[in-house]
Design a protein around this ligand. Structure first.
Ligand code: GLO
Ligand code: MG
Length: 349
């Protein structure tokens, strides 16, 4: 199949999990990191997404030299499996210093912790062979509005990003927006906010975005439109494809699970742009259902990839002449019918 884009797939070790949720304990045994790595190629994936402490556990208790040594050992494991690191994300939502957020904490000591940890994260990324840092700004927000000065907090995130850009001339920062969860109100809820923020940093060319399907839906927006917006800025540097059944907790369902047409449109927008040509990965931030048994708790990954590829075929085989004709005639009812027939694999007319 001839496509405009180039597609390589990635996921993070947290996407193979034990099935705990806020109402119940784990239901599966933990899988060791080395064993997870062995799954990647088998499932059709070549990129590994990391949190800093996925690469170096107990990061805060280790010296800088120890951290880099451990990260280099992980890089050798990746080489051994023929895998590459896509990005590293500072896990700024676990430690006691980040209870009230990292970069936007009201406590200057905590803000310093967050910025220092982000710099260490960049050093880990370098040791793993990637210059990409993802900022999922989990706790950069509030439970009640009056607890933070929002304008000041936004500028604090900007300053933290500036510190990262200054720490390493090659680093690229990808902001992953999300409107809520764990906090009530996030300060950077959508890609528009993230990209707006990129333009007030010291080097906007090195600050872009990662869009997660579920996060866009939680913001009440269409994920393919959010992606198109970032692509118009040439700032969609990664995606977290998954699915979400409306405004509830962040579900991380398999890609296409709830709404195939919405999934199709995400693939179509990526394909029309030629996504992946500059090395961008198709990341899948999906979770196995809690009901899934141990031996089959990776199917959500291979299934999501298979759905992506099936929808890619749909995007690549869309009859562009027909599409153009209906658009020219402004006959969107017929375009709608054609798209549905195409997705259903029914002969049109
Ligand atoms: C949670 C986020 C999370 C991030 C990951 C990388 O809602 O989607 O999974 O993508 O921590 O920063
Ligand atoms: Mg995500």
């Amino acid at each position: 199949m001839k496509t405009k884009g180039t597609y390589r797939f990635s996921f993070g070790p947290w996407n193979i999990d034990e099935g705990a949720d806020p109402f119940g304990p784990p239901v599966r045994q933990p899988v060791a990191f080395a064993k997870k790595l062995k799954q990647y190629k088998k499932l059709g994936f070549s990129g590994v997404q990391f949190h800093d402490d996925d690469a170096v556990p107990d990061i805060d208790s280790k010296s800088h030299a120890e951290i880099i040594k451990e990260a280099k050992a992980v890089k050798r494991m990746l080489n051994g499996e023929g895998l590459v690191a896509e990005f590293v994300a500072p896990r700024l939502w676990f430690s006691p210093e980040t209870i009230d957020g990292g970069y936007t904490s009201n406590d200057p000591k905590c803000r310093r912790y967050a910025v220092n940890r982000s710099k260490v994260c960049i050093d880990i990324a370098n040791a793993l062979g990637t210059n990409r840092i993802v900022l999922w700004l989990a706790r950069e927000g509030t439970y009640i509005r009056e607890s933070k000065k929002a304008r000041e907090a936004i500028l604090r995130i900007r300053d933290a990003i500036n510190a990262m850009l200054a720490h390493d001339r090659r680093v690229r920062v990808l902001i992953e927006p999300k409107p809520n969860e764990p906090v009530d109100s996030a300060l950077i809820p959508t890609i528009g906010h993230a990209l707006g923020l990129s333009y007030i940093t010291d080097d906007p060319g090195r600050v872009g975005g990662l869009i997660e399907t579920a996060h866009a839906i939680l913001a009440g927006l269409d994920p393919s439109d959010e992606m198109a917006y970032a692509l118009a800025h040439d700032k969609l540097w990664s995606v977290h494809l998954n699915d979400q059944g409306g405004l509830k907790f962040d579900q991380d369902k398999s890609f296409g699970s709830y709404n195939l047409r919405r999934a199709f449109n995400q693939v179509r927008v990526l394909e029309e742009y030629g996504y992946g040509k500059k090395g961008e990965f198709v990341g899948l931030d999906v979770k196995a259902m809690r009901t899934q048994k141990q031996e089959v708790a990776v199917k959500h990954l291979s299934n999501s990839r298979a759905t992506f590829l099936a929808l890619l075929e749909k995007a690549a085989t869309l009859d562009r002449r027909l599409e153009a004709q209906f658009i020219k005639e402004r006959d969107y009812e017929e375009l709608d019918r054609y798209i549905l027939c195409h997705l259903l694999g029914r002969k049109y007319r």
